[in-house]
Design a protein around this ligand. Sequence first.
Ligand SMILES: NC(=O)c1ccc[n+]([C@@H]2O[C@H](COP(=O)([O-])OP(=O)(O)OC[C@H]3O[C@@H](n4cnc5c(N)ncnc54)[C@H](O)[C@@H]3O)[C@@H](O)[C@H]2O)c1
Ligand SMILES: [Zn+2]
Length: 355
Amino acid sequence: MQNKLYIKDKKLKTSILIKKNYTLKFIENITKKNEKVFCIIDSKVKINLNLDKKKNIKIIYIKCGEKVKTHEGYRDLSEKLIKNNVNRRSAIIAIGGGTLGDLAGFVASTLLRGLNFFLIPTTLLSQVDSSIGGKNGINTVYGKNLLGTFYQPKEVLIDISVLDSLPKREIRSGYAEIIKHALIKDNLFFNWLETNAVKLLRLNKSTLEKAIYKSIMIKLFYVKKDEKENLLNNNSRAMLNFGHTIGHAIESHYNYKKFNHGEAISIGMITEAKISNYLGLLSSNELGKIITHFKKHRLKIFDSILYDKKLIKRLTKDKKNFQNYINFSLIDKIGSATFYTKLDKKKVFKVLKSL
Ligand SMILES: NC(=O)c1ccc[n+]([C@@H]2O[C@H](COP(=O)([O-])OP(=O)(O)OC[C@H]3O[C@@H](n4cnc5c(N)ncnc54)[C@H](O)[C@@H]3O)[C@@H](O)[C@H]2O)c1
Ligand SMILES: [Zn+2]
């Protein structure tokens, strides 16, 4: 793997750079091209950027986590920017995990009807998933990500050196999205992960870079086919939601406290793989292979809320649904996702109870 990778997408008007120890230089380049630069930084990110002395940079630290993706989080950040004289020639750089990226992206897309936006994702999850594709948003009491826009960042920098300070639990959370990409699109990638997961979870640099690159390419495949998630076929961007219909419902049921995102979607992926098996789509042999991999690498596979009727109520709030039916992105084999529409909610409950 080269130590620098550059992916430029003309259609989406975005570019992604994978380059180690490059964060400071990346920010400096942005300061040269914009009148004022606002760096919104997750306060847990341990990088000494020595930026305070630069006069066209304003740094705003935010304590991150799911709790910032709220109406209050949106109001606080947007008002702070307005107070500090943000204008149309300003740029916003979000330096943090998926929660900061989702919040800052929503602010950047709506403040003054849209500002230059850059992302430096600092968790594995945000490097392989949330920083790619231009979705942003905040949560409401009725469910996750219900307020948001599609807004592509001008550039994304993936600098894996920032991952050294990330807790193991968060590494595993990001790994869950990597497996998701393999399960929906690339069975050889899944086989490769079976061999390389231990090295990856220990942050072996070349293994990590390869997995990040592979994940980004799979995500981009769907984003380019269906940026605004309008398709209702197997090329739909909704395929990336495998594990998320159940996962989002679990996260919001526990008010984002019991599980982090990757843990909730791990339970979601195993449950949706079981639903795929129940519907005759996924073979029991492949289901077993997936469960074995999850158990081996200590990814979550079950929670008792799956037996609770309240979960079904939450499932019906998912953005993919119409009328009384629940739509799932399921898998018919490892490496192949399929859009399953119109699953009656009573039937879903029956499946969950039988797990
Ligand atoms: N927009 C999208 O397309 C998309 C896709 C997938 C997930 N998401 C969203 O992403 C969010 C999850 O993102 P996440 O897993 O990055 O969570 P997060 O932003 O909450 O980060 C996890 C934890 O790690 C800390 N942290 C961040 N960088 C660190 C670093 N370098 N060192 C030490 N600690 C660090 C954070 O403060 C936080 O406590 C969810 O809200 C999910 O809905 C969005
Ligand atoms: Zn996700």
